[in-house]
Design a protein around this ligand. Structure first.
Ligand code: UD1
Length: 423
């Protein structure tokens, strides 16, 4: 099995450039289905999740040419199937992002239900309710959601129970081809939603208000292929910012818009981190102690749940105690139990984590619990006494391109190793 081995207490300094946003690239790839022809996406991260979405599109009949490491040329003129099988949805829940575009283009789609979810319950119920309001009929059979539109797609008003990113995106991608006007109230406002709206508008769609809580979409008859650059990954940037903050840096993180990390940067400043904002970059350093600061995750522009583990890692070394509240996902504190193996003192009470700062972490063998938790364990390893070995690193590969190489370029003592499995 592959592991990441980190020798702690070496400084990291220099510059690191982030890739295009995973969460944007996946949806933009799905959106190419809407415009038969050849679309080009640039600044696409070369990560496992993008490879899975590539397989999903190929399964539907698209042809994908990797023009260079970060440029995908996607020909959707030959898409002639509309079924996304379970083995792909099981690998990546975001595969369900093809539902909206397939319905938009063909008026039908069959997508396997993501594991552990069922219609009417949590997870993708908001996607389905919103699409139903547009005229989509769903039938569940053999674990698949089969969508049909016997009377076409009709614009309507949809109010989401929660500002769900995925539901907002699926609705936008179906509504661009509906007859008439659709409004999505309580829409998600993430920068990735704005990126998707920008690409759809370049394709000929009429999407207004993306980035605000109310999105209005005037349906059109046809969409055209485009070339589009994926927005910089604010979460990859935030991860390196957190690493610079915990080690002291200085590190310049490039390739993203600091406005997209507004509340994260504000909270980090309150923690005693020095931040110099620049044009598409930030310079991060710290000389004093880390101050405890309470955090609660919320949809954008709130504190991103995808920065919760990295921030908890930082707070676990603060001079004092604070509370981290997770409001977006259940069970997103797996990182907390793993980091306790390295000496952190964190008590979980429901969706609150009470973090008591400790003096230092101690290197240990740990397992990446998920994508961001895995990156946060590597972050702890950078400042831990001795050696930290992280297994289950496929989680990290899902969303971080050249993770070890980027850390090496900053001076970290880190390597990827193949070791005998301990199971
Ligand atoms: C996206 C991001 C993920 C990020 C999250 C919140 C991608 C590929 N992933 O996930 O990295 O952490 O936004 O910023 O873009 N929910 C329901 N019913 C639904 C939809 C969602 O109950 O129909 C719940 C979810 O279980 C979760 C919460 O709403 O508890 C937020 O989910 P959502 O905003 O939809 O996140 P994703 O789009 O899945």
């Amino acid at each position: 099995m592959e592991v990441i081995r980190i020798e702690g207490c070496h400084p990291i300094t220099g510059e690191v450039t982030v890739e295009g946003a995973k969460n944007s690239a996946l949806k933009l790839m799905a959106a190419t289905i809407l415009a038969p022809g050849v679309s080009t996406l640039t600044n696409v991260p070369n990560i496992a999740d993008v490879h899975v979405m590539g397989k999903v599109l190929k399964e539907l009949g698209a042809k994908i040419d990797v023009a260079d490491e970060h440029t995908l040329v996607i020909d959707t003129s030959s898409v002639e199937r509309w079924e996304t099988p379970y083995h792909l949805v099981a690998q990546m829940r975001a595969s369900t992002a093809v539902l909206g575009p397939l319905i938009g283009r063909f008026g039908k789609a069959t997508v396997a239900m993501p594991g552990g979810c069922n219609i009417g319950a949590r997870k993708i119920d908001m996607h389905l309710l919103g699409l139903q309001a547009l005229g989509v009929q769903f039938d569940m059979s053999h674990g698949d959601i089969c969508a049909t539109t016997p009377n076409g797609l009709k614009g309507t008003s949809v109010t989401l129970d929660f500002a769900s990113v995925g539901a907002t995106e699926n609705l936008m991608m179906a509504a661009v081809r509906a007859e008439g006007v659709t409004t999505i109230a309580n829409a998600a406002r993430e920068p990735e939603i704005v990126d998707l709206a920008n690409m759809l508008n370049a394709m000929g769609a009429k999407v207004h208000g993306a980035g605000t809580p109310v999105i209005e979409i005037v349906g059109v008859d046809e969409l055209y292929p485009v070339e589009h650059r994926v927005v910089g990954d604010r979460i990859e940037a935030g991860t390196f910012i957190a690493m610079a903050a915990i080690t002291g840096g200085p590190v310049t993180v490039k390739g993203f818009d600091p406005v997209h990390l507004g509340l994260v940067l504000k909270k980090y400043e309150l923690m005693g981190i020095d931040i110099e904002r620049g044009n598409n970059q930030c310079l991060i350093s710290r000389t004093g102690d880390i101050h405890p600061v309470d955090i609660q995750t919320l949809p954008f522009p709130g504190f991103p749940t995808d920065m919760q583990a990295q921030t908890m890692c930082l707070l676990a070394l603060a001079k004092g105690s604070c509370i981290v509240t997770e409001n977006v996902f259940e069970n997103r504190f797996m990182f907390a139990s793993e980091i306790s193996r390295m000496g952190a003192d964190i008590v979980i009470e429901g969706h609150h984590a009470i973090v008591h700062g400790v003096e230092r972490f101690s290197g240990a063998q740990v397992k990446a619990p998920d994508l961001r938790g895995g990156a946060a364990l590597a972050m702890a390893g950078l400042v831990a006494d001795g050696v930290t070995t992280i297994s289950d690193i496929h989680h990290i590969d899902r969303g971080y391109e050249r993770f070890v190489e980027k850390l090496l370029s900053l001076g970290a003592v880190v390597e990827r190793l193949d070791v005998p499995s301990i199971d």
